[in-house]
Ligand binder design. Structure first.
Ligand code: C2E
Ligand code: MG
Ligand code: MG
Length: 400
């Protein structure tokens, strides 16, 4: 398994520093060390412009004054040469001048980040790099592919519990992408994945492989691990075989897993969806319909698909106690589940009152911060031990 430091050194983001002061350049290179960034320091605007295409930096730290060319000219020369670069101006000149220079860059169409006033500390440089890692750069399929190749992504697990007995039934695996000191939110990269059929499938197999490796953490008797699956994966006719093959050399079987289908809007070919879902069921996988109530899933399609489980979207749970419409929708989904023979899961439970209400409405399973947040595998093991003793304690006291 790869350590965090090694993983960080593999994100492959490139930073170029353009400054005629050699002390500043070497200071900068030192600040970049062990951040995972690939740095290039050049002493003149000409060299910077010459290296722009081959080095293709994601981030550029640019001094404003040089003997032969000023920083503003560099900015205008940059425009035709760059695609994605973000620019941080760094200079000892008046902050007001720096701010104007930033505006000029923006008018040229460049992505200008907060400028730095010299003298700059190593801390300030590292802060710019780390902010950029987590929120600054556009996440492309190629960047995601690289992170998967490098095995940087990890799984966190969130428990799913029986609402009646509070027994642990298993956990949902949620992907986490650590980068530098931070984390890229799934909300930022999952939409990119879900536009690409091959990448969606790649992510699914990656997550299943990792969940197999983490089985000690989530497995306990008949518990299941839930894995999110984009509807694009259903384009693969042999999906059931592909997933079963991953389990072949492990002690786990398909019946240890639930596949949560996350996007149903793209169910262009309901016949194929039904075929692939049925093949998964025949193999023993359980299938769940995630975020029910938010997509454009047609009820007619739903009625013919072989789901074991329906997950009520968290927006209905969050407003359950305050909005009568949410209550009606939850009631409807629970009834629908009962009719279809599927269990119902409420996600995003944040309060005991919500858990109680959902139990009274005969919703089967609950998940949410009120019980536990998503956590790394080792923490889940500890949580399970603690949870088990607290549940058996409260059972004892309620029967006493
Ligand atoms: P989801 O499958 O509906 O997962 C539930 C999301 O709700 C998770 O967000 C979880 O951390 C969050 N959550 C759980 N309990 C609570 C709560 O009580 N309150 C609130 N406010 N939020 C709660 P996360 O981990 O950010 O994931 C977001 C979405 O990204 C997931 O929604 C899922 O659609 C997608 N996703 C995550 N991991 C994967 C993956 O491995 N593959 C695919 N295809 N999609 C994934
Ligand atoms: Mg899910
Ligand atoms: Mg959901």
């Amino acid at each position: 398994m790869m350590g965090t430091e090694m993983a960080a050194s593999r994100h492959g983001l490139r930073v170029m520093v353009v400054d005629d002061d050699i002390t500043f350049r070497s200071f900068f290179l030192r600040a970049c060390a062990r951040t995972g960034w690939v740095p290039l320091a050049v002493d003149s605007p000409e060299r910077a412009l010459a290296a722009m295409e081959s080095f293709a930096p994601h981030l550029l730290f640019l001094d404003l004054s040089f003997p032969d060319m000023d920083g503003l000219t560099v900015l205008s020369e940059l425009v035709p040469r760059t695609g994605e670069v973000s620019v941080v101006l760094s200079s000892g000149c008046d902050p007001e001048v720096l701010r104007s220079a930033k505006r000029i860059g923006e008018r040229l169409g460049l992505r200008m980040l907060q400028p730095l006033t010299k003298p700059v500390t190593g801390e300030e440089i590292r802060a710019v790099l780390s902010t950029f890692e987590t929120e600054g750069h556009s996440i492309t399929p190629a960047v995601i592919e690289q992170a998967l190749d490098d095995e940087v992504m990890r799984l966190h697990y969130q428990p799913k519990l029986c609402l009646k007995t509070r027994r642990y039934l298993g956990a949902e695996a949620l992907i986490r992408w650590p980068i530098g000191g931070g984390m890229i939110s799934p909300a930022r990269f999952i939409p990119v994945v879900e536009r690409d059929e091959r990448l969606s499938l790649r992510l699914l197999t990656y997550v299943l492989e990792r969940a197999v490796a983490d089985a000690d953490a989530w497995k306990q008797g008949k518990t299941r691990c839930a894995i999110n699956m984009s509807a694009l994966c259903l384009a693969e006719e042999r999906l059931a075989d592909t997933l079963s093959n991953i389990l072949r050399d492990s002690p786990l079987t398909p019946s240890d897993f639930t596949l949560e289908l996350t996007e149903t809007a793209s169910m262009k070919d309901p016949d194929r969806v039904e075929r692939v879902l049925t093949a998964l069921r025949i193999r023993g996988f359980a299938v769940s319909l995630d975020d029910f109530g938010t997509g454009h899933s047609s009820l007619l399609h739903l009625l013919r698909m072989p789901f074991n489980e329906i997950k009520i979207d968290q927006q209905f749970v969050a407003t359950l106690l305050s909005n009568p419409r949410s209550r009606q929708i939850v009631r409807l989904v629970v009834n629908l589940g009962q009719t279809l023979g599927a269990s119902t899961v409420a996600e995003g439970i944040e309060a005991e009152a919500e858990a109680e209400e959902l139990k009274d409405m005969a919703c089967d399973v609950g998940q949410g911060y009120h019980f536990a947040r998503p956590m790394p595998p080792d923490a889940l093991q500890d949580w399970r031990a603690q949870w088990k003793s607290s549940v058996s304690d409260s059972n004892l006291s309620s029967t006493a």
